[in-house]
Design a protein around this ligand. Sequence first.
Ligand SMILES: Cc1cc2nc3c(=O)[nH]c(=O)nc-3n(C[C@H](O)[C@H](O)[C@H](O)COP(=O)(O)OP(=O)(O)OC[C@H]3O[C@@H](n4cnc5c(N)ncnc54)[C@H](O)[C@@H]3O)c2cc1C
Length: 401
Amino acid sequence: MDFSPPPKVEPIRALVREFLAKEALPLEPALRREGFVALLPRLRRARERARETGLWAAFVPAEHGGAGLSLVEFAHLSEELGRSPIGHYLFNCQAPDVGNMEILMRHGTDEQKERFLRPLVRGEIRSCFTMTEPEFAGSNPVWLGTTARKEGGEWVLNGHKWFATGADGAAFAVCMAVTDPDAGDRHRRASMIVVPTDTPGFVLVGNLSVMGERGGDWASHGEVSYQGARVPLANLLGGEGMGFLIAQERLGPGRIHHCMRWIGVCERAFELMCRHAATRELSPGKPLGTRQMVQQWIAESRAEIHAARLMVLHAAWKVEREGTYAAREEISLIKLTVARTLQRVLDRAIQTLGGLGMTDDTPLAFWWAHERGARIYDGADEVHVDAVARRILRGYGMERR
Ligand SMILES: Cc1cc2nc3c(=O)[nH]c(=O)nc-3n(C[C@H](O)[C@H](O)[C@H](O)COP(=O)(O)OP(=O)(O)OC[C@H]3O[C@@H](n4cnc5c(N)ncnc54)[C@H](O)[C@@H]3O)c2cc1C
């Protein structure tokens, strides 16, 4: 494969870098000091200007109101946007909305597209995705307590969810619920159902306190209770029993977006590390970068970021050619590798900056707290290790257990 960015990507990246330098970077100190909610009026104005660039919801096909970039093209853009914690949000391609847009485009009925997808792409509303439950291991996506049963032409939902990113202020939730507990194939037990958040029985219990912060609006993780919430049967996404399949599909491109975003974070952390190493003097005329330990951190980080990017681009290329299922091993490998690379690079950068790295004068401490979840969401490291190793070992004759 050719790893060079497709021709249309370079000018787009340059445009986005310039835009973020002007619109996002100046907002970052206030984001770290005052939090996301205090910044909302300014963020909304910046989003309007982002819309004018023509790169709004860039991965969404033009027929649905986006800029229509391919997965590989968007991967490059996602790296650029990832250089700022608000990059994706400004261009309306932030998780979990991006994943919900994808599944609505693919599986939504015309009515669902009109009611939920179009306003989401236009940025008029936000959404959330409710799958994980406090009482059940999220790492086993076929084991859920939330149910949806048919009654009088409606789905009636009951259950308990948490870690619903952006549930605070979302207009609708996509809910993963068991619709056929007796299905012989456990992968066919659950379905996805769209639930407007003003439905009686949809209860946002509150925002979880995560790493010392409850946050708000998009920058929050909600606890949600479904208490007999009733929605029309027409709110089923895809077919009955397709929940697991759609979730897997959603996570394929989603992991590529996340991984490239993390590479953007790595690149910015790397720049901060190098600039500091080259200019911070330990004694007159002896910058930190003269120390072999720091040189090793720099060279290893460079190698790891480079390798990570090539792996992700390869996975994106394979998904485009052969689909998510064929690329499932590559997707697991990048999720695992890049999340760990991200943590290592951030750690080295903070160590290089010393006390300064711990302050909120740079984005490093913010990312250290906010990106720790990378090794947990979309499949914890161990889940991907398990999946990849089992698949490899089956090739050596180990039986499926
Ligand atoms: C920042 C953030 C945002 C999130 N956003 C959303 C969201 O929008 N919607 C949503 O539904 N969920 C969301 N989640 C939840 C996330 O998907 C789950 O936390 C994740 O799937 C793990 O599930 P769990 O927390 O129940 O951990 P568990 O499944 O209980 O696992 C706990 C630990 O066990 C270990 N483990 C698990 N399986 C194995 C194995 N096979 N072998 C060895 N060890 C293993 C891992 O170390 C894992 O971290 C989010 C989580 C975070 C941190």
